[in-house]
Structure formats: C-alpha cells, structure tokens
Write a protein that binds this ligand. Structure first.
Ligand code: ATP
Length: 227
C-alpha cells in the first residue's frame, strides 16, 4: 500500500537560522493516526508546513496522494485534500460567525449555499457544536475556537488531517470528546501533541523528531479503522 504522504530526507532552515530539519522522513498510511512528538522547537510544526507546501525544503522530497510535489501549484491539491488544523485557531478563523467560518471552505469548493449550510449543520452536529452556530467567532473561548477550527477543516471533507496541538486549551471533558471524535473519523491523520495521555488514546503509531530527524518509531499501540 503506497502512503498518502511520503517525505524523504527533508532539510530545512528558516532564513538566517541554523537548520531545523536534517534529513527527516515521514510516511502516513491510510487509516493511521500518526502521533509526532519531540521537544519544543524540534521542528514538528515546520514539518507539517512542509507537508502542505507552506514551506519549501532545501533538500528532500515530498510525495503526497501518489505524486511528488515540488511547485506551489502542486500543493493546491494537497492543501485541499489534507485539512490542516493550525496550532493557533486565530490563524484559522476569520469570519464574523461560526456558521460563516464553517461554510467558507465548502462555498470555496463550489458548493451551493444550501449545500454548504447542510454541511455546516452536519459538521457542527457531529462535534456537538450546534449551539455555537450563530456565535461571534472572535468572542469564543480558546477551547471553543479550537473545536470550531476542527469543524472548518472537517467541513471540507479532507482525505487526511494534520492536527497541530489539538488539545491545547481544551478541558478534560472536551479532550475526551475530541478523542471520541478522532477515533470515529475515517481520515488518516498526523497529530502533534505534547500530551502523553492523549497520544496513548489515539495513536496507532508514534514517531519522535529529534536533532532534525525522525527517531525511534514506537511500537503500534492501537489498531486504526481502515478507511
Ligand atoms: N518563521 C520563523 N522564522 C524563524 N524561526 C522560526 C520560524 N518559525 C519557527 N521558527 C523556529 O524554528 C524552530 C522549530 O519551530 P517549530 O514551530 O517547527 O517547532 P515545534 O517542534 O512545533 O515546537 P513546539 O512544540 O514548541 O510547538 C523553533 O526554534 C522556532 O523558534
């Protein structure tokens, strides 16, 4: 089975800084919930940005959904098919209300207004966020914004998910709810998390980024649903 993502020998340095990634490899297979850990500043978010073409590596290759991706145009499809939930929800949410934020992606993909609103209802319902529908986005709490960010991404029906610290600002009950949601989703996902309990609950495989490369794949601890 060929991977959804196959990153090989990735090197990257922010301009004027020391290298962050020195030959990192990452593969994501259908049905996996791959947890990526590593200390603060190890380069985890950087690697997700390289997967989606938001940053370009100085060396190495990015293959996504069966094709090597190099030029900016190659990554348009990657970003449509791989839903990226950013570390900071304020980078993701920009509409006045929750419903408008969740509808934005489907409308952008060419859905009609009625289709987009049906997707909004279904997505908010799945995440237990129906009561948030008409809330003013920028007035939501940090944890509420995080869940709405996930809703905006799921509304675009992506083939894979890239989640950067999804439990930040979530209380225990909401974290449990998020675990339930992620375990039910059919999409393969890469999840960055510093929370070992969360990782233990969701990971089908864990890798660690250290000194710019991926180390010590941990043994599989759960079996994923096959998509
Ligand atoms: N735009 C930038 N310009 C310069 N340096 C940057 C930039 N963005 C990130 N960095 C630096 O690159 C390094 C890797 O950052 P990155 O956010 O990828 O780490 P991370 O592993 O996700 O960290 P954390 O767990 O703290 O979120 C850090 O030292 C960070 O300060």
């Amino acid at each position: 089975m060929s991977p959804l993502f196959d990153l090989a020998g990735i090197h990257y340095a922010y301009p004027g800084h020391r290298p962050i990634l020195n030959g990192a490899d990452l593969q994501l297979f259908t049905g996996e919930r791959l947890c990526l850990n590593g200390h603060n500043g190890a380069g985890k978010s950087t690697l997700l940005q390289i997967m989606t073409g938001l940053l370009k590596p100085s060396a190495g290759s990015v293959t996504a959904f069966g094709r090597e991706r190099k030029a900016e145009a190659d990554f348009t499809e990657v970003r449509r098919r791989a839903g990226f939930v950013f570390q900071d929800p304020d980078d993701q949410l920009f509409c006045p209300t929750v419903a408008e934020d969740v509808a934005f992606g489907p409308l952008n993909l060419g859905k009609s207004k009625d289709e987009a609103m049906a997707i909004v209802e279904a997505t908010l319902d799945m995440l237990n966020l129906t009561s948030f529908r008409d809330r003013i986005t920028h007035k939501l709490s940090g944890g509420e914004k995080r869940l709405v960010s996930l809703a905006t991404v799921l509304a675009m029906e992506p083939d894979a998910l890239l989640l950067d610290e999804p439990t930040t600002a979530l209380d225990e009950r909401t974290t449990e709810r998020l675990v339930e949601i992620l375990l039910e989703l059919p999409q393969a996902m890469v999840v960055i998390s510093h929370d070992p309990h969360f990782r233990h609950k969701i990971a089908t495989r864990t890798i660690r980024l250290e000194d710019g490369a991926v180390h010590r794949p941990a043994p599989t601890c759960k079996h994923a649903k096959t998509a």
